[in-house]
Design a protein around this ligand. Structure first.
Ligand SMILES: [Fe+2]
Length: 251
């Protein structure tokens, strides 16, 4: 046993008491709250906060897109899956024979998150060889995180909009495993198309709509056929499609 003098012993005890007292004080003041609350609560709040910057015109869509992608890559995936109750979704959802099922999840229990959210969200559920069919968006930033399964994902820049077609340019053609992330904005990688390559696949999606006052096209999906006429410079003339024709060919 160390041979403490009375003075050393007293000093050592006092240091411990002080340290303990300080920690206790910090704890009661809730200064450790960020660590002790579920990390996923903070993650959704961060997503909301960056969305406020987009809607408040403090961030351009491509800058917002980069921030959203950053946040998506940093997510604690097991915590996210627990939070959205992916196993419950898998039990209750009858995955369709064509296209993707869109499952909802509850965010009302996230402490500190406003009731009026600035983003929409869903979990896409797909069977093998079925797809989130090729489509673009207008006045929307949105992103995917693969929660389970594997996907072949493609993105295109939407360069021009004509009466019956779009001019698009391939930008991403990749395999996406669990944790794989992809995002779109009006000005980068606007068209996406994800085909499930595993028995089943599940994708987290959050989307921020209607942030630009100068874009008047509605935010719904803009279906198109990326297997259109090949043009010079790697561009594609992609005919517009309806949801029905697009799902019949690609769903
Ligand atoms: Fe989309």
């Amino acid at each position: 046993m160390p041979n403490f003098t009375r003075r050393e012993f007293t000093t050592s005890m006092m240091n411990s008491v002080l340290a303990y007292g300080l920690i206790d004080a910090l704890w009661t003041q809730n200064l450790f709250a960020a660590e002790v609350k579920p990390v996923i609560d903070q993650w959704f709040k961060d997503l909301y906060a960056v969305g406020e910057d987009l809607h408040g015109q403090k961030l351009k869509d491509v800058d917002f897109q980069a921030k959203m992608e950053d946040l998506f890559r940093k997510v604690d995936l097991p915590e996210l899956m627990k939070f959205i109750d992916l196993s419950g979704i898998k039990e209750r959802v009858d995955i369709p024979a064509n296209g993707a099922y869109s499952a909802s999840f509850d965010l009302s229990k996230v402490e500190g998150l406003p009731k009026e959210l600035n983003f929409g969200r869903q979990i896409f559920c797909l069977k093998k060889d079925r797809a989130i069919v090729p489509h673009g968006h207008s006045n929307m930033c949105t992103g995917f995180i693969v929660l389970e399964g594997a996907f072949h994902g493609k993105h295109y820049d939407k360069l021009e909009t004509a009466e019956d077609h779009y001019i698009i340019k391939p930008t991403i053609d990749d395999q996406f495993a669990v944790g794989g992330v992809s995002t779109i904005s009006d000005h980068k990688d606007n068209v996406h198309w994800f085909r499930c390559t595993s028995e089943t696949g599940f994708i987290f999606n959050a989307h921020f709509d209607g942030y630009a006052s100068d874009i008047t096209i509605p935010t719904g999906r803009l279906y198109l056929d990326p297997e259109g006429e090949k043009l010079a410079g790697g561009l594609i003339k992609a005919p517009k499609m309806t949801s029905e024709t697009c799902h019949a060919k690609y769903g």
